[in-house]
Design a protein around this ligand. Sequence first.
Ligand code: SF4
Length: 87
Amino acid sequence: MSEVVIPLAHGTFGEELGWQERALCAQTDPEAFFPEKGGSTREAKKVCRACEVRAECLEYALQHDERFGIWGGLSERERRKLKRQAV
Ligand code: SF4
């Protein structure tokens, strides 16, 4: 059975995660943050640029090794690159 993980920042909020209450993507279409392979990430990134918790979101994604979707304005591939640079 494949497990589908819906990132918390994209709609459903955990009580302990204060920054996610201010997540701008929660007010938009969550699907834009999970484009089909090869799909555009432009709209999602645009929302992220205006999001006040972008830094927290990106840090969360990096810490939790989130594989899918746009987090903190970065795609999966961009986050992998950032991680490699950080090592
Ligand atoms: S940075 Fe982007 S993905 Fe993260 S909470 Fe803000 S809008 Fe959502």
